[in-house]
Design a protein around this ligand. Structure first.
Ligand code: UTP
Length: 289
């Protein structure tokens, strides 16, 4: 049985330029999908997978994101005095010591953001979740991955098929043999030039990694776009440790873009019993118009 995954890194120090002007003063992870900030969905997914420590790699202007997980005494007292339920706040209250933050002083890339958490992660396997990639599944994407990881160990990344015309935007897998939802990884390439991708299996932002990936990041080598890329560091441990892609069962919404945000809002509003019927009626009325 491989070592248990207890810690998850949430890189949230990016500038979120695709969502300007909103992200000028609001962290992208605090924009809401229905009535919850994006970060809540990623934290719920991590907790469901058994994660005990949430490590946020933050930067300037991201304090609202960390404050969100504090207990809001005044708000709770006011709600109580009005006889209102506090249940809705429960998921946003971190337990003592559950949240740890570290700063990335400059947005030098995803790999650099993950590396900033190296001392907190230490010498144990860790998960990485990109909160702007909203994953829906039953169980959640990371819980599915943890179950697969317990069988194969090593490094395991979520894998998702995209149209060939989109591979240049992502980290892409050079696949080996497949067994059910698992595919061996022979190589990884970040943002391949159009037409040169080794497959159409991309990395949608969920990873279970071994500390050796942190060691590979120590080199601080710049890759695609002049950024320190997580994909390049992962590629270095292929062949030295088991490395698999996992095709998770569920939906993925790319909330790093305005279109993805709108689609995620609609999909989740339709799923929920409190909002679904009215939103469905509204969509039907638009179709009829
Ligand atoms: P993105 O590629 O989506 O970059 O980062 P971004 O800055 O958030 O958004 P755009 O492209 O400018 O609109 C993927 C993830 O990596 C984090 C981001 O916060 C996001 O969760 N990240 C990226 C960092 O934490 N630091 C970085 O230097 C870069």
């Amino acid at each position: 049985m491989p070592d248990r995954v207890r810690k998850a890194v949430f890189p949230v120090a990016g500038l979120g330029t695709r969502l300007l002007p909103a992200t000028k003063s609001i962290p992208k992870e605090m924009i809401t999908i229905v009535d919850r900030p994006l970060i809540q969905y990623a934290v719920d997914e991590a907790r469901e997978a058994g994660i005990e420590q949430l490590i946020f790699v933050t930067g300037r202007g991201k304090s609202a994101l960390v404050d969100y997980f504090d207990q809001a005494f005044e708000l709770e007292a006011t709600l109580k005095a009005k006889g209102k339920s506090l249940d809705v706040l429960e998921c946003s209250n971190a337990s003592f010591g559950e949240v740890v933050t570290v700063r990335q002083q400059q947005p030098l890339g995803l790999g650099h953001a993950v590396w900033c958490a190296r001392d907190i992660v230490g010498e144990e396997p860790f998960a990485v979740l990109l909160p702007d990639e909203l994953m829906r599944g039953k169980p959640g994407c990371l819980a599915q991955m943890v179950e697969a990881y317990e069988k194969v160990g090593g490094n395991l990344v979520a894998a998702l098929e995209v149209p060939d015309s989109e591979t240049h935007k992502y980290g892409v897998i050079d696949p080996g043999a497949s067994n059910g939802r698992l595919t061996e990884i022979r190589g990884l390439v970040e943002k391949p030039a159009p037409g040169s991708a080794p497959s159409n299996l991309m990395l949608p932002g969920r990873y279970i990694l071994q500390p050796e990936v942190m060691r590979a990041l120590d080199a601080q080598e710049k890759g695609a776009g002049g950024e320190i890329q997580l994909t390049d560091a992962m590629a270095k441990v292929i062949g030295r440790q088991p490395f698999h892609g996992y095709r998770f069962e569920g939906e993925r919404y790319d909330c790093g873009s305005a279109t993805g945000f709108v689609i995620a809002n609609l999909a989740i509003a339709l799923e929920r019993s409190d909002t679904g019927p009215a939103v469905n009626d509204f969509i039907s009325s638009l179709r009829g118009a």
